[in-house]
Structure formats: structure tokens, C-alpha cells
Design a protein around this ligand. Structure first.
Ligand code: UDX
Ligand code: UDX
Length: 460
């Protein structure tokens, strides 16, 4: 049965990371048989349907081309484990909500459960690849579990963190900046590392495949996300200062970013960063630093999160102050709910916070987003208040006192704002949480415009 494929690959966890990553491997390597399993049967059914559970540009095409050929989605985890040589684990590792480290440490219960399941089902040697972002030294915990019985089956644990960003996952997987593989420096560790590197070598140039020891690899992922988030908090902190001093944060970012040591990317001031990784990974880093008694280091990284929280609440206060300190009964349109453009994902989206605070102020909310309305509904379930979800941004804006742009969807740049202005209650406000619209043009149309980190343009 195994003869037509040279390698059997399994991935446990069919999420935002596991799904696209395995689809890319299957797409690039027809000689391998790739199976993705998940404990959630609905998710698997969606992956097997015409409507995939996640929206990611370019994903549909590669899944549909490989599915049933060398890419399979299944709930049979045991069979998957038994027949595979390499097992990627990309189950979720949320922040712990209980007990020691609550609100900071990673909740590793799914990881441990997965390790035990691998141990129970495996009948031949396996390479286990950590894909989920994990606290440093998790591989050690995994090894302890896997090495706990003596049934003759040998496991090698590798760290291979994923650096894809949502919305550009397919592009990031196709042309990664780097593929990082951490292993033990033993003979079997190095052999396993080569086996994994060989998979990527099917399409990634050799010089981009970086190998390290296992702990450096685990830590690099946390640090990469911490550095990225830190850039956003840095520019957002300066945005607040720009608003006070009438400087323009975009011009400051441009001038600063032209220094090649700093670089121009990832310097867009915003209503705050979201996504499943940044906050979780930094909290994790902070927790590890505290654990090792590095309190100053912990505090340093914690401030990246603090600025992000500040940024969200500052946005809300700006809205409130601008609109005469009362939002009660006012219709407010949120343009976008996803944590960034080109995804339907809303995890940790600043829009969740803004929506909740607007509801607290008794505003009437109307939310529009090209891809994230289903997740937005789920996020706001249980919150009492007036909320509507509409597909059409023009309909959302009609009768509204204000628009707040939450997500940098291209569609929102290209709307007919003259038409929108005419349909709104007056005075009409626009709060651009992403600095994506033409502020002077909107001002000329009659809007009172509040960008991030730039002087407000108001007629009042
Ligand atoms: C997750 C983590 O959040 C991230 O830190 C890590 O880098 C990769 O895995 P993501 O793919 O975005 O990222 O998570 P999610 O979309 O929630 O997918 C995880 C999947 O694992 C879910 O479909 C879940 O049902 C599945 N799962 C979880 C299992 O199959 N078994 C379990 O025991 C737990
Ligand atoms: C991030 C990392 O980029 C990726 O390498 C890692 O594997 C997972 O975490 P992701 O969270 O999917 O990816 O998206 P990213 O593009 O990093 O954006 C994160 C958040 O920062 C979004 O809310 C985005 O809108 C915001 N952002 C980004 C800004 O506010 N300003 C910027 O300049 C860039």
C-alpha cells in the first residue's frame, strides 16, 4: 500500500497553521502522502467540503488540487499515527486561564494529550515535529512522555516553528524567508533533522533552511513575534505623541524606516495589533523570564502588551471625546472585524475590544466585514446590546453617526465616500484605525476625520 508514496506525513491539528502548511507540502511534493487529522469532526468535514474552514488567498486552489490525490483530511488520529513516518503537531496552545501562570503561561494540555496519543498508537519509529509555538523546553516535556515506556518504538522530537502570517500564508509558505529546524545534537537528532530538511528542500533553497539546537529554535519563534509586536507598539506609542504635537506618524515612520538598520516594514500605526500569536507569545516570554527570575526583562516585554492595550482604549476615548462625550443611542459602523486584512480570523482582534466598549457606551453597532462576520457574531455572542451584522458597507454606513475603520481591507479604501457621507447622520465622523483612507479628501467631503497619529481634521 505504501509503495506509491515515498513518505507518509501526518499533521495533528487542522487549524490556520496545520491546514495551509500541509496543503503546501502536498502541493509541492506529490511523492508524499500527507494526512491532516483533528479531534473536531466538523472542522474535518469543512476541509473535505467546498467551503474550507478558513479563508486564505490561494488556499482553495492548492487544497482542491491535492485533496484526494496526496492530501487527506480525517478524524482517524490513531490510523494516521500508525501509518506515518513524520508527525507534525500543530494543535493550539492558548494562554492558560486557570491555576499557576493563569493569563500568561501556555496551556499545554492539548500538547500533552497529543503526545500521549502518539505514544499509545505508534507501532514504529517516528519523527515528531513541533509546529505549534511553544514555551522554550517544551520539546523536553514531549520527550519525557514519549520516552516513558519501553515498547521498542523510538521517537525524535524536532522544533520547526511556523513563521507564516495570516492573509499571506500561501505566499509565505511558498517563498519562506527561512525554515527553522531545531534538533538535538545527537546522531539520531541530526538524522531526523536532515529528513525534515529534505521535505522542505523540495522547494525551498538550501541557504534558507536554517538548523539550530532545539531550544534556540523554540525561543526564536517567541522572539520573532515579540520583535514584530514591539515594532508596532513602538510606532503606536509615537503615534500618541504625534497626536499631541501635530506631527504625522506616517512621515515619522517613513523617515525613520529609511535607515536600513531599522527598515520600512511593520511600522504602520494602528488601533492595535491582534491575531492569535503576538499577545500569547509575548505573555509566554514574560512568564518564562519571570520563572527564571529575570524580572526587568519580563517587564520590558510586558510593556509591549501594555502599549497595545493603551492603544485600543485610547482609540475608544478619542471617539467618545470627539462625539461630545456620549455615544448612547448613536449608530456606529465598524468597518472590519478581522484582526488584519485578507483573513476571516478575529482572534484577539482590536475590533472585539472596541465593539464591547461601544456597546458598554450604549451605542447601536453595525458591523461589516468581507470575510469575518461569522466569527464576529461568535465573538460578541452573550454581550447584551444592539448589534447588527451586514455584508454591505454602504448599508452599514447609512444613518450612522460615525464609521470606525478596524481592518485595513482594500475594499474600504475604494468605497464611494461621497455617497457614504450623504447617507450618514450629521455631523459625520470617521475614525481611521488603520490610516487607509485619504484623510484630506474625506475632510473636504464634510467628514470630521480622526486618523491615528496625525492631527484630526474637523469642521467643528
Ligand atoms: C495553533 C496555535 O495557536 C499556534 O500557537 C501554533 O503556532 C499553531 O497551532 P492555529 O493553527 O491558528 O495555531 O490554531 P487553530 O486554528 O486553533 O488550530 C488548532 C487545531 O488543533 C484545531 O482545529 C483543534 O481542533 C485541533 N486540536 C486541538 C486537535 O486536533 N487535538 C487537540 O488535542 C487539540
Ligand atoms: C504573525 C507573524 O507575522 C508571523 O510571522 C507569525 O508566524 C504569526 O504571527 P499574523 O499574526 O498572522 O502573523 O499577522 P501579522 O501580519 O504579523 O499582523 C499582526 C497584527 O499586527 C495585525 O493585527 C496587524 O494588523 C497588526 N499590524 C501589523 C499593525 O498594526 N501594524 C503593522 O505595521 C503591521
Amino acid at each position: 500500500m505504501k509503495s506509491c508514496f515515498t513518505q507518509y506525513i501526518l499533521c495533528i491539528g487542522a487549524g490556520y497553521v496545520g491546514g495551509p502548511t500541509m496543503a503546501m507540502i502536498a502541493h509541492k511534493c506529490p511523492q508524499y502522502r500527507v494526512t491532516i487529522v483533528d479531534i473536531n469532526p466538523e472542522r474535518i468535514a469543512q476541509w473535505n467540503s467546498d467551503r474550507l474552514p478558513i479563508y486564505e488567498p490561494g488556499l482553495d486552489e492548492i487544497v482542491k488540487a491535492a485533496r484526494g490525490r496526496n492530501l487527506f483530511f480525517s478524524t482517524d488520529i490513531e490510523k494516521g499515527i500508525q501509518e506515518s513516518d513524520i508527525i507534525f503537531v500543530s494543535v493550539n496552545t492558548p494562554t492558560k486561564t486557570f491555576g499557576v501562570g493563569a493569563g500568561m503561561a501556555a496551556d499545554l494540555q492539548y500538547w500533552e494529550k497529543t503526545a500521549r496519543q502518539i505514544l499509545e498508537s505508534a507501532t514504529s519509529d517516528k519523527i515528531i515535529v513541533e509546529k505549534s509555538t511553544l514555551p522554550v523546553r517544551t520539546a523536553r516535556a514531549m520527550e519525557r512522555i514519549l520516552f516513558s515506556t519501553h515498547n521498542g518504538v523510538r521517537f525524535e522530537v524536532l522544533s520547526n516553528p511556523e513563521f507564516l502570517a495570516e492573509g499571506t500564508a500561501i505566499q509565505d509558505l511558498e517563498r519562506p524567508d527561512r525554515v527553522l529546524i531545531g534538533s538535538r545534537q545527537t546522531e539520531s537528532g541530526l538524522k531526523a533533522r536532515s529528513a525534515l530538511a529534505e521535505i522542505y528542500a523540495n522547494w525551498v533553497p538550501q541557504e534558507r533552511i536554517l538548523t539550530t539546537d532545539i531550544w534556540s529554535s523554540e525561543l526564536s519563534k517567541l522572539v520573532a513575534n515579540a520583535f514584530l509586536a514591539q515594532r508596532i507598539s513602538s510606532i503606536n506609542a509615537i503615534a500618541a505623541l504625534c497626536e499631541k504635537t501635530e506631527a504625522d506618524v506616517s512621515q515619522v515612520a517613513k523617515a525613520v524606516g529609511m535607515d536600513p538598520r531599522i527598515g520600512p516594514k511593520f511600522l504602520n500605526a494602528s488601533v492595535g495589533f491582534g491575531g492569535s500569536c503576538f499577545k500569547k507569545d509575548i505573555l509566554n516570554l514574560v512568564y518564562i523570564c519571570r520563572y527564571y527570575g529575570l524580572n526587568e526583562v519580563a517587564k520590558y516585554w510586558e510593556s509591549v502588551i501594555e502599549i497595545n492595550e493603551y492603544q485600543k482604549s485610547h482609540f475608544l476615548i478619542t471617539m467618545l471625546n470627539a462625539m461630545f462625550n456620549t455615544l448612547a443611542g448613536k449608530r456606529i459602523a465598524l468597518f472590519g472585524f478581522a484582526f488584519k486584512a485578507d483573513t476571516g480570523d478575529t482572534r484577539e482582534s482590536p475590533a472585539i475590544y472596541i465593539a464591547a466598549r461601544l456597546i458598554e457606551e450604549q451605542a447601536d453597532l453595525v458591523i461589516t466585514d468581507p470575510k469575518a462576520l461569522a466569527n464576529a457574531k461568535a465573538d460578541l455572542k452573550g454581550i447584551e446590546g444592539k448589534v447588527q451584522f451586514v455584508e454591505d458597507p454602504y448599508e452599514a454606513a447609512t444613518g450612522s453617526h460615525a464609521i470606525a475603520i478596524m481592518t485595513e481591507w482594500r475594499q474600504f479604501r475604494e468605497l464611494d465616500y461621497e455617497r457614504i457621507y450623504r447617507s450618514m447622520a450629521k455631523p459625520a465622523f470617521i475614525f481611521d484605525g488603520r490610516n487607509i483612507v485619504d484623510h484630506s479628501k474625506l475632510y473636504r467631503l464634510g467628514f470630521n476625520v480622526y486618523p491615528i497619529g496625525k492631527p484630526a481634521l474637523t469642521h467643528l
